[in-house]
Design a protein. Structure first.
Length: 201
């Protein structure tokens, strides 16, 4: 969800034991689709070695230059923006500014609005009403327009290492988690949730 506009999972963070706020029930519990546990760390990938890998990243509290550097170091070919409203209070993260920045680094940009969290989902996320939040996310991703966007995202990801982008740094409470799980289940992608390296600049 895009908590920022309603007003990145972090690699190397070990989930706490037991139930966590925002932990959705697995797709297997509700729809027969098995839950996939993402890999929690990502090495330096080349474009070639990133084949079959689907990345995700949240830009919360990050600088644009650091996000671009992280994407480039991970060998990302295409950044897939899955925000419903691709606007941001953080400098450089509104749609056109972000596209310009990543394209200057040789990375493609694709915005798939149909995969974004609708306003009522963002409100549920802000209120930490997780059961309601994940229900809204699942309903949206089951729509015809979202299905077409999922197919487009899969086609792009098969062509080269791609990264789903939204606002939340913690992938566990972001709707990009569900998108990644669906794509991994259908197409066999390995999931890597990136953290943004802080250059301190």
């Amino acid at each position: 969800w895009e908590g920022e506009v309603g007003i990145g999972r972090t690699a190397g963070v070990s989930p706490a034991s037991g139930m966590r706020p925002g932990r959705p029930r697995s797709r297997g519990e509700r729809s027969g689709i098995p839950h996939l546990t993402p890999t929690l760390s990502a090495p330096q990938w080349t474009k070639a070695s990133g084949e079959g890998v689907l990345f995700s990243l949240g830009y919360e509290k990050a600088r644009l230059a650091d996000v671009v550097a992280t994407l480039a170091a991970s060998g990302i070919v295409t950044l897939i923006d899955v925000r419903d409203r691709p606007i941001s209070r953080r400098p450089g993260f509104s749609k056109h500014q972000l596209a310009t920045a990543v394209e200057a680094a040789g990375i493609g940009y694709l915005h798939l609005q149909a995969l974004g969290t609708p306003p009522e989902g963002r409100e549920a996320g802000r209120r930490r009403e997780w059961e309601r939040f994940w229900g809204i996310v699942d309903q949206k991703l089951a729509s015809a327009e979202a299905e077409l966007a999922l197919q487009q995202a899969a086609a792009v990801a098969r062509e080269g290492a791609s990264c789903l982008l939204c606002y939340e740094a913690d992938w566990r409470v972001c709707h990009r988690r569900r998108i990644a799980e669906i794509l991994a289940d259908r197409h066999g992608f390995t999931l890597h949730h990136l953290s943004v390296a802080d250059s301190g600049g």
